[in-house]
Design a protein around this ligand. Structure first.
Ligand SMILES: [Zn+2]
Ligand SMILES: [Zn+2]
Length: 275
């Protein structure tokens, strides 16, 4: 079974162009230098099924625009990597899509760690509070993120990574993995990343940052993981698309908004030994 992985956004938290900035990348006319906040979309169809399944990882502040650009008409589930604003502030825009899914069978499941659930419940109290009377609140339901989540024939494996002091979630599905906001990868997570066709990993810029990898760190891990293709994301305005790509090793490239990659989802990831 094959799926299609699409980059909804590849920018850092402020987006690129960054408001008020007139640097070369922020004023570039290369569309690949325009980056919405980081998120990906995975679509697939189970054998013999008509209904396409759609999973989104993170709903940042640009989610509505990303959904429009990519013709998104349904979302079957959302996985959250962590609770920072650039990854959660589009949750409310799930509302219209959630009404459709709700009529079909129930609320959209949102999978998140206990820490992320706590923040989501606070920020979106009008959605999650049992006393909420807001009639058009999103029909969504929070689920604690497990080590492995099965959805319509695809296994989503949680890949723990560090984001500064925070332990956050990356995900593996079939022969692809999505790791954003990474500053360190625990030794035990490398075992979950073997045999990848596509690795997506964040690389903010060249200068060190306390909670984000530099291009050098990310390419170092990418070379160790050895995926056939590595795509860098969560990119700041210090990195021009063309110019940076020219300096990267073979098989490692900057991702860009709208890039789609076919992904082999057949890999029985359930056989990977969990730490
Ligand atoms: Zn972020
Ligand atoms: Zn973050």
């Amino acid at each position: 079974m094959d799926g299609l992985l699409t980059f909804l956004g590849t920018g850092t938290s402020m987006g690129v162009p960054t408001l008020g900035c007139e640097c070369a990348v922020c004023s570039s006319d290369d569309p690949r230098d325009r980056r919405l906040r980081p998120s990906v979309l995975l679509r697939w169809r189970e054998p013999g099924q008509v209904q396409e399944r759609v999973v989104v990882i993170d709903t940042g502040p640009d989610f509505r625009e990303q959904a429009l650009r990519n013709g998104l008409t349904r979302v079957d589930a959302v996985f959250y990597t962590h609770s920072h604003a650039d990854h959660i502030l589009g949750l409310d825009d799930l509302r219209p899509l959630s009404f459709t899914v709700f009529r079909e069978g129930g609320p959209i499941p949102l999978y998140a760690s206990a820490e992320t659930i706590e923040v989501l419940e606070r920020v979106y109290d009008y959605t999650f509070s049992p006393n909420s009377t807001y009639p058009t609140r999103a029909r969504v339901q929070l689920h604690p993120l497990a080590e492995r989540t099965a959805l319509y024939g695809v296994y989503f494996l949680r890949v723990p990574v560090l984001h500064g002091e925070m332990a956050i979630a990356g995900f593996r599905f079939g022969r692809a993995a999505y790791l954003t906001d990474v500053s360190a990868i625990p030794e035990s997570s490398f075992a979950l990343l073997e045999g990848l066709d596509h690795l997506v990993i964040s690389a903010l810029r060249h200068q060190p940052h306390p909670s984000h990898a530099t291009v050098k760190q990310a390419t170092g891990w990418a070379e160790r993981i050895g995926a056939r293709h590595t795509w860098l994301t969560h990119i700041a305005h210090e990195l021009g698309h063309e110019e940076t790509n020219r300096t990267l090793p073979d098989g490692i490239r900057l991702a860009y908004d709208g890039l789609s990659l076919p992904v082999n989802l057949r890999e029985p990831t359930q056989q990977i030994e969990l730490m």
